[in-house]
Design a protein. Structure first.
Length: 160
């Protein structure tokens, strides 16, 4: 399982349900990493995705109460145990946890991530949702990619 998310330099990840920055270069990196893979997300993140996203990925949504609002192309789980019991995910694809903050916290607290790619967008943006950075503080990070307005850090060895 790979985590991949973006935040600003104060670890803001969202403002009123949307990204508070415009960084096409980082979006291209993100899309390239998860293209045609298995993506796992919380309901709030799912609600922001266009239908075409569901058609291009194998989508798993964590939700305990929104089952009627989730498209038939997505699989629904309510816990990590339920995720591990899914037996119809493509074996030739990688699994990416893509957010939001609550799901990132769940996966990180339960050591359910092998490594995490965290993009840090340059600057400080208004926001109401923050990445739980303290949960990565004990893991070494390396610079994976440096763009004009962002850097991607990889935190490794998150299991165990």
């Amino acid at each position: 399982m790979i985590g991949i998310m973006a935040c600003d330099q104060h670890y803001v990840i969202s403002n009123k349900g949307a990204l508070p920055w415009n960084c096409p270069e980082e979006i291209a990196f993100y899309r390239g990493m998860i293209k045609n893979q298995i993506v796992i997300m919380g309901y709030k993140t799912y609600a922001q995705m266009p239908l075409s996203f569901l058609e291009e990925h194998t989508v798993v949504v964590f939700s305990k109460e929104h089952h009627n609002e989730i498209h038939r192309l997505a699989k629904i789980v309510s816990s990590l145990d339920a995720l591990h019991q899914l037996n119809d995910l493509p074996a030739d694809k990688q699994c990416f946890m893509i957010g939001g903050a609550e799901i990132a916290k769940l996966f990180l607290e339960n050591k359910a991530i092998d490594h995490f790619y965290l993009s840090e967008i340059e600057g400080y943006h208004p926001g109401d949702v923050f990445f739980p950075i303290k949960l990565l503080s004990e893991y070494p990070r390396t610079l994976h990619l440096s763009g004009a307005s962002f850097k991607v850090y990889c935190y490794r060895h998150l299991k165990g």
